[in-house]
Design a protein around this ligand. Structure first.
Ligand code: XMP
Length: 520
């Protein structure tokens, strides 16, 4: 079992980011709510504790606080923002309550060499109201900023540190180095959380849980279910049966790719169901987005049940639940807006199916899932697939869903994707100056709007395609991608020329909020 860092969450929107930064160092970390009990937080492998930021004042009624076991553990502690204030308060220092918020970039001055912060002036990201005005006994000041006399503090013998700013946020100049200093030097964690070790531990855990039993797995065409199935297959061979329901609402080449990747390893244990006609029949005449989602969600469950009837000896079901789902269900790093979205999330199986669940990706972030998929030998196009909604292309065809309209959007989408791939813009990239390029998700939407056009000498009166491309870290907020005009021109030209039934292409320049990523 690897060394681990525990992050106690005090409610900051950046808590997940701290976790991702630490996992990037190949060190295992877990995010727990601030009120987690001692047994959860201290398991013998914990080498240090990070106290996250949070939106409250420590003086607010019912405000989160540091439990005694955290200090009694004797482990190194790093308090970030609210975490620093809570630590100060708990240890007898003073925190000034303030209604004024310091938000944004500021210059930090670190006058002397120390174990945590690089010496000298540097830019950091601040977001706080309250601040420390008197250090707790035994602490010294490590850094100042124009608005914070104690922007960082340390009690070296007990390895306790506090930062008023956020090292996990990309804009903090030496943020990564600061976190590395804490995790690798001060806590002395040994990096060992690699795709290879994750696979090894996961295979052992699946074998232990399943024994000689049999497992069903639902392949959706996406990354998570593919990696889950592949891991389970590696662990228990032909004791897994995978089911893929072709809804007719998939992206171009998706069902074929599933067949190509999984038939050779699963043979007869891959069940491919072509349910497209049944889906189109149920969707005929339906234009309301919520109604579409409901029909598709329910149909999936019915199709899955029919496909596995007769496979009663399969008592386990493999699910592609990933770490962000797990921590969000504990209320960590969840905004109100996100709760609203996941509420109408469809495309999965209900919780009350009579299966025992196995969830091998439960502790992995998305980028770790991809790294594991790559190490398992899955093809890059599958491993790097962008997110795709459960209801598929049906929510990207506004108005009625017909086979013809789905084909139009699928074709336009494939062209957009092909051109982005050629231009190497299918993934979001942040350079060292913080400039963002590429896209986190990009797709085509068919609009139920006819407009007049002219092709050759002919007047046309056809529908329009909207191109949507966004950049986002967590998909809770998103900005529209600043794609190059030349690329947009090429895509527009190709769509109008190659996709019958489309005579106009527009580019969606809305951010989320107020818009959502999908149009329905
Ligand atoms: P919205 O449109 O809510 O989308 O801004 C945020 C992210 O979630 C994806 N999405 C879904 N994923 N089932 C899913 O598995 C769904 O029903 C669903 N609806 C939206 C969307 O593609 C984007 O990545």
């Amino acid at each position: 079992m690897s060394d681990r860092i525990v992050i106690l969450d005090f409610g900051s929107q950046y808590t997940q980011l701290i976790g991702r930064r630490i996992r990037d160092m190949q060190v295992y970390c877990e995010l727990l709510p601030w009120h987690a009990n001692k047994e959860e937080a201290l398991d013998g492998h914990t080498k240090g504790i990070i106290l996250s930021g949070g939106p409250q004042s420590i003086y607010a009624e019912g405000a989160p606080y540091i439990q005694d076991y955290v200090l009694d553990s004797g482990l190194p502690i790093l308090g970030i923002c609210y975490g620093m204030q809570a630590l100060t308060y708990k240890l007898g220092g003073k925190v000034l309550q303030s209604t004024e918020h310091e938000y944004g970039l500021t210059e930090l001055d670190v006058p002397a060499a120390n174990p945590l912060l690089p010496q000298g002036k540097q830019i950091v990201w601040m977001s706080h109201g309250d601040h420390v005005t008197e250090l707790p006994p035994g602490f010294s000041c490590l850094a100042t900023s124009p608005n914070s006399p104690f922007a960082a503090m340390m009690d070296e013998p007990s390895k306790r540190f506090g930062l008023q700013f956020h090292p996990e946020v990309h804009h903090t100049q030496h943020g990564e180095e600061i976190l590395r200093n804490f995790v690798l030097r001060i806590c002395n964690c040994q990096p060992g959380w690699t795709p290879g070790s994750i696979i090894e531990e996961s295979v052992k855990a699946i074998q232990l849980q399943v024994g000689n039993g049999r497992v069903l797995s639902a392949l959706s065409g996406g990354v998570d279910s593919a990696v889950t199935t592949s891991l389970v297959q590696k662990a228990i061979g032909d004791h897994v049966t995978a089911v893929f329901i072709n809804t007719g609402l998939m992206r171009q080449g998706e069902p074929e790719q599933i067949e190509q990747v999984f038939r050779p390893i699963l043979g007869d244990h891959l069940i491919m169901v072509d349910a497209s006609e049944r889906y189109f029949a149920k969707l005929a005449g339906v234009t309301d987005p919520e109604e579409k989602r409901k029909i598709i969600g329910e149909s999936f469950i019915r199709e899955f049940e029919a496909a596995v009837a007769g496979l009663e000896e399969h008592e386990f079901l493999a699910q592609g639940t990933i770490y962000p789902d797990v921590i969000e269900s504990k209320g960590i790093g969840v905004s109100e807006a996100h709760r609203i979205k996941s509420h109408h999330n469809v495309g999965g199986l209900p919780k009350d199916l009579k299966f025992k669940l196995i969830e091998p990706l439960r502790s992995l972030f998305k980028d770790e899932v991809r790294a594991v998929g790559k190490a398992l030998g899955l093809p890059p196009e599958l491993v790097w697939r962008q997110p795709f909604p459960g209801p598929g292309l049906a929510v990207r065809v506004l108005g009625e869903v017909t086979p013809e309209r789905i084909e139009i959007v699928r074709h336009a989408d494939a062209i957009f994707n092909e051109e982005l791939e050629k231009a190497d813009l299918m993934h979001m990239h942040i350079d060292k100056d913080g400039k963002i390029s590429g896209s986190s998700q990009a797709f085509a939407v068919l609009l139920p709007v006819r407009s007049v056009g002219v092709m050759g000498d002919q007047r046309t009166y056809s529908e329009a395609i909207a191109l949507r491309a966004i950049t986002s870290i967590d998909f809770m907020t998103a900005d529209w991608a600043r794609l190059p005009y030349d690329l947009l021109a090429r895509v527009s030209n190709r769509i109008v020329n190659e996709v019958p039934g489309v005579n106009r292409v527009v580019y969606d320049i809305s951010s989320k909020p107020p818009a959502t990523v999908e149009w329905e």
